[in-house]
Design a binder for this molecule. Structure first.
Ligand SMILES: Nc1ncnc2c1ncn2[C@@H]1O[C@H](COP(=O)(O)OP(=O)(O)O)[C@@H](O)[C@H]1O
Ligand SMILES: [Mg+2]
Length: 361
């Protein structure tokens, strides 16, 4: 049986539907992420799982039991917020002990569990400090320890790394993965940052305007987005309108107006005459000199419109003969060599047939 089942849950605020008929099933031990732009309903959904808010319709089942009538403090669920929500007048140890005291645990057990929790987040030396004496990352680790100390069935994390700078954020991502593995508690993690979702999760639900667009493993979400929203929101992608000329199990032959034929892998449910988009990830696109011999079936001439150097890689934006732009990503692996092509250079872009994705409009 699944640990958490969200069945057809809807939540309206006046005439606005913040969560629209959402169905999600989460297994015990999963690191599950709700990913979507600001305002898409992630926090509203999380608040209903925690019990701070109630659905207008639908069910939320924990271990198969409907929890809609159960108040938040009676649910085996804890929430960690971006703002940490630590008690400022309590030490680190007392903050972590708080849920255990509320649950009426005996003092020796509280002591043992607090020490264990402090160890888990590597804060044993900070037990006597107050929140204002800690860095952002340390505060968030206290909040995590406090969330885990009562061994909830489910830990809900609402953009917990949102207030941290990029480097610290990356360190905390690694800590979070390890922590979740160690404690084995199911995490439902909320973020609007697609790279964070890809890095952390076993599975991701991509949300848009209150609805779930796709639920899959990170590599499927990235490599096989099911629609334009998911393709566009997760990672970078170039898209062009395309019409299906031929559909077989192994490949699709597409017509891209003003450009010519593009071949992609076969896809179920696609037939000749369908209209849609062909989408290609920048790291799948090769860029070469216009005069180089074509190596791949999808090979088109264009010119460099612009490029963006970001240190490890350079992204070239190439304008094709039909006026469409396609991005090609080149790693800057040779020292000192950051620019292979210049704006205006005549180049060729090419990609393998299995790199292109056809999406219905
Ligand atoms: N208590 C509320 N009253 C009215 N509107 C709300 C309330 N809570 C959230 N909303 C609206 O519901 C939508 C989803 O909000 P939220 O769940 O916070 O999104 P996210 O966490 O994905 O950014 C937003 O448009 C927000 O303004
Ligand atoms: Mg939110």
């Amino acid at each position: 049986m699944a640990l958490l089942e969200i069945r057809n849950v809807t939540r309206r605020f006046g005439s606005y539907t913040a969560v629209d008929n959402v169905t999600v099933t989460i297994e015990a031990g999963e690191f599950f992420t709700l990913l979507g732009p600001s305002g898409c309903g992630k926090t509203t959904l999380l608040r209903m799982i925690a019990g701070f808010d109630l659905p207008d319709s639908g069910q939320i089942l924990l271990d198969g039991k409907d929890v809609v009538g159960t108040p938040p403090e009676k649910r085996p669920v804890h929430t960690v917020f971006q703002t940490y929500a630590l008690f400022p007048h309590m030490t680190v140890a007392d903050n972590i002990a708080f849920p255990l005291k509320m649950a009426g645990k005996a003092l020796p057990e509280i002591k043992a569990r607090v020490s264990e929790a402090l160890d888990g987040v590597r804060l044993s030396d900070f037990r006597g400090r107050f929140p204002h004496e800690l860095s952002g990352g340390q505060k968030q680790r206290v909040a995590l320890a406090r969330g885990l100390v009562n061994r909830p069935r489910l830990l809900l994390l609402d953009e917990p790394l949102g207030a941290l700078d990029a480097k610290l954020r990356e360190e905390m991502q690694i800590e979070l993965i390890n922590l979740q593995k160690e404690v084995g508690i199911t995490f439902v993690f909320v973020t609007h940052a697609q790279n964070e979702a890809l890095a952390l999760s076993h599975r991701i639900a991509v949300m848009n305007r209150g609805s779930v667009e796709q639920i899959d493993e990170p590599s499927k979400i990235y490599g096989f987005p099911e629609n334009r929203f998911v393709a566009d929101f997760v990672g970078k992608i170039s898209m062009m309108s395309a019409r299906v000329l031929e559909s077989t199990p192994s490949h699709l032959k597409l017509e891209v107006s003003g450009l010519g034929e593009v071949v992609t892998v076969g896809k179920e449910g696609v037939k000749a005459g369908d209209n849609g988009l062909v989408a290609i990830r920048p790291e799948q696109v090769r860029i070469s000199h216009a005069s180089d011999e074509p190596q791949l079936k999808n090979h088109f001439l264009g010119k460099v419109h612009d490029f963006l150097y970001v240190g490890d890689v350079t992204t070239y934006i190439v304008e094709l003969s039909n006026g469409a732009y396609i991005e090609a990503l080149l790693p800057n692996s040779a020292p000192g060599r950051a620019k292979f092509y210049d704006v205006g250079d005549a180049v060729a872009v090419s990609w393998r047939h299995d790199a292109g994705i056809f999406l219905h409009e």
